[in-house]
Design a protein around this ligand. Structure first.
Ligand code: TMP
Length: 212
C-alpha cells in the first residue's frame, strides 16, 4: 500500500513510563506547525475493533495469554488499525504518529516473553506485508524509573506493568537491539531528559531523517 502515499508514518516506542503520550502530543503540534496534517494514534488500538482487542490484552491477570497468543492478538489489532486508520490517513496525505507499533511485539512478546522471533517476522509479513514505518523513535530509560512513573498513573491497564522487572529489562534490551539492527529507521532518544529536551531531540531526528 505504500505506493504513492505522501504522508509519513512515525512510530514511538519504549518501555513502560517512557513518556510517549506526552511526546506524541508535542510532536503532533510541532508537525502541524510545519503545515502537515497529522493523525495521532496508538497500539494496541487506534480503531474501534482494535480497541476491543486492546482490552483483552492490557487488562486481567498476567497468565491470561502466553507470548504467542499475545502476538497473534497484537497483530490482529494491528491489521485492523492499519486498514481502518493508518493507511487511509496516509493515503489522504496526513502524517501518522503512532504510540507503539510492531517493534513493541518484537520487544515484549519476542524478547520479553520469549516468543519465537522468526515466527513474529512471519506474522508481520502476513498481517502487515511490506509496509514499514518511515521513522521509529525509541524512548529509552532505566526500567526502575519507567515502572515508578507508570505506577503513579496506574488505572485498570496493569497487565504488562505487573510483569517482573527482569521481563522489562529484556524488553529494554530488545528495543536497543532492534535500533542497532536498523539504524536507518530507528533513533534512540534518552528519555531521562526533561520533556522539552526530549521534544527537541525528537524534532532534530524528524528533521534529519524526514526533512519535515
Ligand atoms: P501502552 O501502555 O503504551 O498504551 O501499551 C499497552 C501495553 O501493551 C504496554 O504494556 C505494551 C504492550 N504491548 C505489547 O506487549 N505488544 C505490542 O505489540 C504492543 C503494541 C503493546
Amino acid at each position: 500500500m505504500s505506493d504513492g502515499r505522501q504522508g509519513r508514518f512515525i512510530t514511538l516506542e519504549g518501555g513502560e513510563g517512557a513518556g510517549k503520550s506526552t511526546q506524541i502530543g508535542r510532536l503532533t503540534a510541532w508537525l502541524e506547525g510545519r503545515g502537515h496534517a497529522v493523525k495521532a494514534t496508538r497500539e494496541p488500538g487506534g480503531a474501534p475493533g482494535a480497541e476491543m482487542i486492546r482490552k483483552l490484552l492490557v487488562e486481567g491477570p498476567v497468565e491470561r495469554w502466553d507470548g504467542t497468543t499475545e502476538a497473534l492478538l497484537h497483530f490482529a489489532a494491528r491489521r485492523e488499525h492499519l486498514r481502518s486508520t493508518v493507511w487511509p490517513a496516509l493515503k489522504k496525505g496526513s502524517w501518522v504518529v503512532s504510540d507503539r507499533f510492531a517493534d513493541s511485539t518484537m520487544a515484549y512478546q519476542g524478547y520479553g516473553h520469549g516468543a519465537d522471533r522468526a515466527m513474529l517476522g512471519e506474522l508481520y509479513d502476513i498481517a502487515v506485508g511490506d509496509f514499514r514505518p518511515d521513522l521509529t523513535l525509541i524512548l529509552d530509560l532505566p526500567v526502575d524509573v519507567g515502572l515508578a512513573r507508570a505506577a503513579a498513573r496506574r488505572g485498570t491497564e496493569t497487565r504488562y506493568e505487573s510483569l517482573p522487572v527482569a521481563f522489562h529489562e529484556r524488553v529494554r534490551a530488545g528495543f536497543l537491539d532492534i535500533a542497532a539492527a536498523d539504524p536507518e529507521r530507528c533513533v534512540v532518544i534518552d528519555a531521562t531528559q526533561g520533556i522539552d529536551a526530549i521534544a527537541a531531540a525528537i524534532g532534530d531526528a524528524v528533521t534529519k531523517k524526514l526533512k519535515a
